[in-house]
Design a binder for this molecule. Structure first.
Ligand code: FAD
Ligand code: NAP
Length: 384
């Protein structure tokens, strides 16, 4: 277990080399989901269930646009969030969140902006709880550069950017590999975030970088992040049920590689869901070979858009309700990874229904059973 203190942290990351970066989804897919492998230094350890943090860097074009809008050259000295001296250019590249605009940034900008800043009265009118929805409407889909170009002249000293903007934060990715199999690398499964707002194509800062600007051989600052709340059972013969649609599959590739490499005897049941079988079946060959070699006892897939009516992972759970109940009754551990907003809630409700049916009990008693599972660490979530 990676409970030991890591040498590298978010404030002192490891400079890792991108070893492998390819698209897992087919060209016909509506998504671009990538498999990424990053180098580790000897002595860096992780456990299946952990995450890797990647520190993103703002795009050159965006840094240049902000410098231009502010009429600075970039060599102006500033003190970073830890009062360490650096240049404005470095701060805009690696330390300041110049992407998506926040209400806090607009409020701070309005407070600091001198009289005569265009639209200052409007910006000031967005302050306060009463104007929250108006402010939210303004920031939606806008980036810092939009504030600077629509209301120029608000920043009169480069150091003020550390008051107006938040810190550029690392992005977390569930680890998709086991060190039992890959001693010196860490793998992740990344969906590239792309969308369109205010007449512009946008992309997520970190996933977009991994999708477009991070060739093999590039160096990226990373750190390993332990997650003691998402762990395989200590009893290596205990059965495991894993529900991981989309990128939620990542930690289960790690779990399965771990059990396979160590020859652990516990049964494994995987539920995977995505849009289409032909274009979105992530790691299909690997999971099929795990079925063939007996690592996986069950693999149930739900391809939501291969037919008129959506089929989701919880529909497969319902179809297999009686067998799921048998697995739970013989001590199975139940894991869910992926979308927190809808999927995890729907899967939990289906699990409760499975328990109520299996036990022939009331919803209240099913909830008690689920709470017992949680207490025994037999129901674990890694959702985001
Ligand atoms: C514990 C944990 C594990 C994770 N594991 C994984 C993983 O295994 N794989 C994975 O791919 N991701 C994972 N994530 C998500 C990941 O950390 C990043 O949040 C994701 O990659 C986006 O970061 P980004 O820098 O590319 O995008 P950002 O620049 O941060 O932009 C994302 C933001 O863009 C906005 N946005 C996105 N879509 C739209 C839209 N359609 N319309 C308007 N605005 C929109 C939203 O505000 C969103 O928050 C995980 C997150 C956590 C917390
Ligand atoms: N914070 C970020 O910016 C960010 C970045 C990357 C990923 N994520 C999140 O990571 C998660 C995984 O994203 P992903 O694109 O890999 O996969 P996803 O959006 O979770 O989609 C995977 C599959 O789940 C289906 N699905 C939709 N609603 C569901 C529900 N209520 N219950 C069960 N299945 C459902 C989808 O079907 P349909 O699409 O056909 O309905 C699809 O077949 C999502 O939460 C996503 O928002 C967040």
């Amino acid at each position: 277990m990676s409970t030991e203190t890591q040498k590298y942290t978010r404030n002192s990351p490891y400079q890792s080399t991108m070893l492998v970066n390819y698209v897992l989804t087919d060209k016909d897919s509506e998504k671009e989901t990538r498999h990424i492998e990053l180098s580790l230094e000897e002595g860096m350890h992780y456990t299946p269930g952990d995450a890797v943090g990647i520190l993103p860097t703002n795009r050159d074009s965006e840094v240049e646009a902000v410098l231009k809008a502010l009429k600075y050259k970039g060599d102006e000295p500033v003190l970073d969030f830890f009062k360490k001296p650096t240049t404005l250019d470095d701060a805009l590249r690696t330390k300041l969140h110049i992407g998506k605009l926040t209400r806090g940034s607009v409020n701070s900008y309005a407070k600091l902006a001198p009289e005569g800043t265009p639209g200052l009265d409007f910006l000031k009118s967005l302050a306060g709880q009463d104007n929250k929805s108006k402010a939210e409407e303004y920031v939606w889909g806008r980036e810092f550069i939009d504030l600077l170009t629509e209301h120029p002249g608000g920043i009169t000293d480069p150091q003020q950017l550390f008051t107006v903007l938040q810190r550029l934060t690392p992005r977390m990715y569930s680890i998709a590999s086991s060190q039992a199999k890959f001693a010196n690398t860490v793998h992740t499964t990344v969906r590239v975030v792309r969308y369109h707002t205010h007449n512009r194509d946008r992309q997520g800062l970190c996933s977009g970088h991994l999708g477009e600007r991070a060739p093999e051989g590039e160096v990226l600052p990373i750190f390993l992040h332990a997650n003691a709340q998402f762990r395989l059972p200590e009893d290596t013969s205990a059965p495991v049920i894993m529900v991981g649609p989309g990128t939620g599959i990542a930690p289960f590739r790690a779990f399965l590689e771990h059990r396979q490499t160590h020859g652990h005897t516990g049964d494994n049941w995987l539920f995977f869901g995505e849009q289409r079988a032909a274009s979105d079946f992530l790691y299909k060959d690997e999971f099929h070979s795990m079925l063939a070699d007996g690592t996986l006892q069950r693999l149930d897939t739900a391809f939501s858009r291969d037919q008129q009516k959506k089929i989701y992972v919880q529909d497969r759970m319902k179809e297999n309700s009686a067998e799921l109940w048998q697995w739970l009754e013989r001590g199975a551990y139940f894991y869910v990874c992926g979308d927190a907003s809808r999927m995890a809630k729907d899967v939990e409700q289906t699990l409760l229904d499975t328990i109520a049916n299996g036990k022939d009990c009331s919803p209240e008693h099913a909830l008690e059973y689920l709470n017992e599972l949680k207490k025994a660490k037999r129901y674990q979530l890694d959702v985001y």
